[in-house]
Design a protein around this ligand. Structure first.
Ligand code: CP
Ligand code: NVA
Length: 324
């Protein structure tokens, strides 16, 4: 049985197998096979969602399934029924599950106890569907592979989205620069889990920059110098400063992250053909300015649309019995 619980747990081969299916679904939206006919899939969400919810509901239906949306607060899970029990009940009724929640361990336990294909639709630790869609979008719009390119992430580099970028970079061999204040940089343990080891600084790097090296040839750097990080980048990427679940820290985060913004000044440092992407929702004037968001709206909303096509490819890969 295949799951998509994290990019950490997804092999490089499976990652490529998923991405290689996307064009088939995108170019042929209503004519492709419908492997889920007769099945019912459940979406179990403990956090808000626009893109993920709608793209999964629509995509699963286009693959032939019926879909049930369960707000975690409306089921007994929200009143404290253990995830293991919820999983054993739903696993006897549903054919697959898509879960958005806080703890990564809840998605993993659901997969273990339910016995049905399970997808991580965002946890505090990872957002694998988003980064698969982001990589597809970059390659679609640039017409070339991400391998060897430079991806610069600006903002809160310690949340779920950059964590998935770290595992993606380690598997696919592109350079990742994370520009964030020290307290918003990923933990060393995460970089080690991705297979990295600390190494020498590159010439002319900022004094605070830390460099990590990976067997795939990937380099990941951490710095608070966003101007250095953006220089020569192929992709500038950001996410919200206040992730879901962090609302109580909102004032502090906005103060700490002030300036870690993608704006026209930063874009000018990147390559002339660089893309600007945002997983959305966007907070104009915070992690991105309004002008830059609007100038790059074509890319950013194609990125959102691609969630649909990429997730159909994920589900198709999961239920395809012809591949291990
Ligand atoms: N990018 C993303 O996951 O959006 P939603 O929170 O709207 O699902
Ligand atoms: N880091 C953000 C992503 C939103 C799609 C959050 O977790 O809220």
């Amino acid at each position: 049985m295949k799951h998509l619980l994290s990019l950490e747990a997804l092999s490089a081969t499976d990652l490529e197998a998923i991405l290689s299916r996307v064009n088939g679904f995108k170019s042929n939206r209503y004519q492709h096979s419908r492997p889920l006919v007769g099945q019912t899939w459940g979406l179990i969400f403990s956090k808000s969602s626009t893109r993920t919810r709608v793209s999964f509901e629509v995509g699963l239906r286009e693959l032939g399934a019926d879909v049930i949306f369960l707000n975690a607060n409306d089921i007994q899970l929200g009143r404290g029924e253990p995830i293991q029990d919820t999983a054993r009940v739903l696993g006897r009724m549903l054919h697959g599950a898509v879960i958005r929640t806080f703890a990564q361990s809840d998605v993993e336990q659901f997969a273990n106890f339910s016995g049905i294909p399970t997808i991580n639709a965002l946890t505090d630790e990872e957002h694998p569907c988003q980064i698969l869609a982001d990589m597809f979008t970059f390659e679609e719009r640039r017409g070339e592979s991400l391998r060897g390119k430079v991806v610069t992430y600006v903002g809160d580099a310690a949340c779920n989205v950059p964590a998935s970028w770290i595992f993606a970079a380690a598997k696919r061999g592109f350079e990742l620069r994370l520009a964030a204040p020290k307290n918003y940089q990923p933990a060393e343990g995460l970089l080690r889990r991705a297979g990295g080891a600390p190494g020498p600084a590159r010439p002319s790097a900022p004094a605070d920059a830390a460099f990590w090296y990976f067997p795939s040839g990937t380099q990941i750097s951490l710095t608070n110098d966003l101007n250095w990080a953006a220089t020569g980048a192929d992709l500038l990427y950001t996410d919200v400063w206040v992730s879901m679940g962090k609302e109580a820290e909102s004032t502090q985060r906005i103060a700490d992250l002030s300036g870690f913004q993608i704006n026209e000044g930063l874009v000018r440092r990147a390559r002339p053909n660089a893309l600007v992407m945002h997983c959305l929702p966007a907070y104009r004037g915070k992690e991105i300015d309004a002008e830059t968001l609007e100038k790059n709206a074509d890319t950013i909303f194609a990125e959102a649309e691609n969630r649909l096509h990429v997730q159909k490819a994920i589900v198709d890969w999961m239920v395809d019995g012809s591949q291990s």
